[in-house]
Structure formats: C-alpha cells, structure tokens
Design a protein around this ligand. Structure first.
Ligand code: F6P
Length: 518
C-alpha cells in the first residue's frame, strides 16, 4: 500500500503549521470583506445539493496546502483501491465494498474467487420480491392475515442506519408500521411487543455475526413471545434474518430460505445499502429504496472522479483535518433543519467515532496527532434552545454542519420559511458574531443606556466560528442517499490522511468480552 504515511512527516503538514498562524489571526468577516466572490468560490453543486463551505477559516492557499496533503498521503491510490475491492481493511484482511452495494454497473470485482456483482444483484432481487409480497399482502401470517408490523431486531450498524432512514423518510412510507428493537433493556422490548399482534408481525433479525448478545437475547425473547400464541411451523412466516452466519441463523430456528445475505467485505456500519436495508425497503417500497441507493451512487461517482478542489467529501474531510489537527478542535456538531432527521446524529456518531476513533496507525505505531472528533447535534431549531449557546459563545470552537431543504414535504410554507430563516441565520451569526460597537448601538437604540456598562460584554459575540451548509431542494430518498454517502467518504478520506484503518473496531470488542465473562 502506498498510503502508509504519517501525515505529520509531510512537507504540506509543515506548511500548514506555518500557514495556520496567519489564518488564526484572521476573522472570517475580514475574509468576506476582502473576497467579493468568496461565497461563489467556496460553493460546490452536485445535482440538487448546494454545498457552501465559505464560512470556514480558510483561504485559497489553505485549500492548496490541504490538497497537497492528500497527494502526499496517497489519497488517489486509496480511492482507487477502495472501489476496486483491494483489501484495504488491513487488520482484518478484508475489502471494503459498501460502494458496490449501490453500484448498478456490471463491474467485474472478484473477492476470494467470487464475482460479487451477481451476488449483489440477487440480494437486491430478493429484497425487492420480498418487499412486494409483504406490502401487497400476498404474504400471509400463520392465521392467513397480512403483515401489518415489521420489527427490526439488531444493534449498532444493524440498527442505526435503517432506523434513521425509516424515520427520515416517513413521508414516503406505505401501510406498514416499522419498529426497532436494539437495546438489551427488556422494558423496551416488552413496550414494543405489548402493542403487537403475533398474527400480523414480521421480525427481521439483523446481525452480521449472529453472535451479538443483545440481538440474540432480544430475538429469543421475541420468538418466545410469538410461540406463546403460535406453533413452531409458523416461525417461517414471521421470522427472517439478515446475516453472514447462515449456520447460526438456522440453529436459531429461522428457515434457510428466509436468510438475506451479508458479506465480510461490507462493514456493519456501512451495511444499510444491502440486506440490512430490508426494513427500509419494506417501509417505503423497493423503488424508493433503489432511489436511495442511486443517490449514494451519484456521491460515489463524484468522489471517485472529481478533482479534489471540487470534490465535496474530500473538502469536508480536509476542513475537519484542518480544525482537528491545527486548531485543535475536539468536536463537530451536525444540525439538520428537518425534524425527521433527528436520528442522523446517532447514525453519524457510529459512522465517525467507531471508524476513526483510533490511536494506532496502519503501520501499528502509536499516533502522535489527534484523530477523530466527538460528533453531536440534533435537529434545528430545537438545538438552538439547548446547546447552541455553547457553540455561539463558549470557549471552544466547534465546527458545524447545517443541513437544510428549500421545500417542505407537506407544503406548509409558513412554517418552512421560519425554519429556513433560522437555518441561514445560525450560520451567519456564528460567522459574523456581534461587535462591541453593534451591541452598543443596539442597546442605545432600545433605550437601555443605563444597562450598557453592565451588560455590554455579555452581549458581544466574537463570531469567527466555522460552518458548512448543505442545502438540498427536498428531503427525498435519493438526496438522503447522497448525503450519507458523502459523509462516508469524508470518514474514508480522513482515515487515509490520518493513516488509520477506519474499518475495524477492536475497541468495542474488549467491553463485549468483559460483559460476557462477568
Ligand atoms: O458494537 C460493535 C459492532 O460490531 C458494530 O460494529 C456492529 O455494527 C454491531 O456490533 C452489530 O454487530 P452484528 O451485526 O454482528 O450483530
């Protein structure tokens, strides 16, 4: 591999260190004043997405140095290897091919002697056929009634993705109700089951390994609950599995023909584009699910084929590296201005923090520089009435991602105008802040003369706080697929620059072992 490079040993890293001292003392307002076309210069368009990164503490020179860093750390070769299915997950000796799950060409990728595209095609067909049968009521439960409720049992990558997407795309949903059981908390399991009828419920047990204690315990509880009313032969009408461990699924009692495949060349947190997305396909129909895959595929092609100065996920990653390693920021906040995207943050937490929470590089050496960030956030405007105070006036600089949509789904233009006014205002306030002079004038105008001396320092905002804005026309399956894939490629690019393997997760295994032994 030609990308086993400690980034701190590169020429561009040295240049960035010196350059940082210039940028650190420059206010974003100055940059906007000096550069009349800054907004246009730092905005990229990809189909329905406008990505505005002008409110970042960068100049054109910063970008050049950061792009040099990608060249010196071998990003181009790494991207090529990713898409070709090279075993870039070096600690587990596995390829990383979630991109293949949303590829509709017929690439000849061979993994360990098997062409994977026919396998992907056949899994897609299985998902499409099954979704059609359930939605159209052709598939009947053990007493002849159609299925009304779907329960996805899984955790981590086998839960967070489908749960987030099903909630986010609620507008597109059909007659089925979808539920998610993940936590080992029995109260949560019973709360879900208490509203369900075994005759009309379908359980999807999702576990790549089929050894995860939470999922197996929850699945067993659900099976026992089901068997209080139904007989063993009824299981095949009500239990299906998504897994790569066929033997364990069959041992659990699920019919072999009810297994949807997973493969070791797709990591759990990258898996909802395949069979793990079954609950998505059931909730919104296969056509919408495929639109979701197509959106992601558009982001893949953009990532693979676009020069880095115009490449959205590469820029996203570079900005994050710039803040993490030079400004020493520790956190990033994600703020979707759509209530239905509330679970996006939990999803991104796993994607970023399980992937890049590493302190040993690809060569097995301890790392001397910071990798990863704490990801947090929630939907706007709710966030504005909670933690945004910290982001506006706290002592830490926390780069923000604002995500918004110009059109509302249900057509309430009055609400949507207020929502979007807040979307624009927040990033503007973070950038511009409010100077002493402005506060003074404002208080004078309001007749607060007496209070000026007491309150003025508290009302001053320094501004100069960075953010990106992602603006789509509408929250559609296609656009959402694109957005998530852009974040995935951000994770990948960061991992290459930081010289870490973003695709293993040994850190979570230790706790699992200890819990088993206690
Ligand atoms: O928590 C660790 C983890 O391995 C995640 O990476 C994964 O998404 C989750 O557990 C679930 O694993 P499985 O699908 O094998 O049950």
């Amino acid at each position: 591999m030609s990308y086993l490079i400690d980034p701190t040993t590169t020429k561009s890293w040295e240049k960035l260190k010196t350059h940082f001292t210039e940028i650190e003392s420059t206010h974003l307002n100055e940059l906007f004043k000096k550069e009349a076309t800054r907004k246009e210069d730092f905005t990229l368009v990809l189909e329905q997405l406008e990505f505005d990164f002008s409110k970042n503490r960068i100049s054109k020179q910063t970008l050049e140095y950061l792009i040099d860093l990608t060249n010196e750390t071998g990003l181009e070769k790494a991207i090529e290897d990713l898409f070709k299915g090279k075993k870039i997950n070096n600690t587990e000796n596995r390829a990383v091919l979630h991109t293949a799950l949303r590829d509709f060409t017929d690439e000849k990728i061979n993994i360990d002697g098997e062409y994977i595209f026919p396998m992907i095609e056949s899994a897609r067909k299985q998902i499409a056929d099954f979704s059609e049968q359930i939605i159209s009521k052709k598939w009947k439960g053990y007493t002849g009634k159609p299925i009304t409720d779907i329960v996805n049992i899984g955790i981590g990558g086998s839960d967070l993705g489908p749960q987030m997407i099903v909630e986010a795309l609620d507008y597109y949903k059909n007659r089925l109700n979808t539920h998610f059981i993940s936590n080992i908390d029995g109260d949560a399991v019973y709360k879900t089951l208490s509203n369900l009828n075994p005759e009309t419920t379908l359980f999807i047990v999702v576990s790549k390994t089929f050894t995860t204690i939470e999922t197996l315990t929850n699945a067993t509880t659900c099976k026992n609950w089901f068997l209080e009313k139904a007989s063993l032969v009824a299981i095949e009408k009500h239990f299906v599995a998504v897994s790569s461990n066929e033997k364990a699924v069959v041992a659990f009692g699920i019919n072999k023909k009810n297994i949807f495949p997973m493969w070791n060349w797709v990591g759990g947190r990258f898996s909802m584009w395949g069979s793990v997305g079954l609950s998505i396909s059931l909730a919104i129909g296969y056509e919408n699910f495929e639109a979701f895959l197509q959106g992601a595929n558009t982001a893949d092609k953009h990532f693979k084929n676009t020069k880095y100065s115009k490449n959205i996920p590469v820029i996203m990653a570079l900005l994050s590296v710039w803040y993490t390693n030079f400004f020493n920021t520790k956190a990033e906040v994600v703020l979707p201005y759509a209530d239905s995207l509330n679970k996006l943050v939990s999803y991104l937490q796993q994607l970023f923090m399980e992937s890049n929470g590493k302190s040993v590089d690809r060569n097995g050496n301890s790392i001397s520089y910071q990798t990863g960030s704490v990801i947090f956030g929630s939907s706007g405007t709710n966030a504005q009435h909670s933690f945004m105070q910290h982001i506006h006036q706290g002592t830490q600089m926390i780069p923000a991602d604002f995500i918004g949509f110009t059109e509302s789904l249900y057509g309430n233009t009055k609400h949507h105008a207020i929502l979007m006014a807040n979307f624009y205002a927040q990033s503007q306030a973070l950038q511009q802040g409010k100077s002493k002079e402005a506060v003074h004038l404002n208080m004078k105008f309001k007749g607060d003369l007496k209070e000026i001396n007491n309150l003025l320092p508290f009302k001053v905002f320094e501004g100069n706080r960075p953010s990106n804005s992602f603006l789509f026309d509408k929250l559609t399956p296609y656009n959402l697929g694109m957005l998530i894939a852009l974040y995935e490629h951000k994770v990948f690019t960061q991992g290459i620059i930081w010289n870490i393997n973003s695709f293993d997760q040994f850190g979570v295994e230790l706790g699992k072992e200890m819990a088993k032994n206690s």
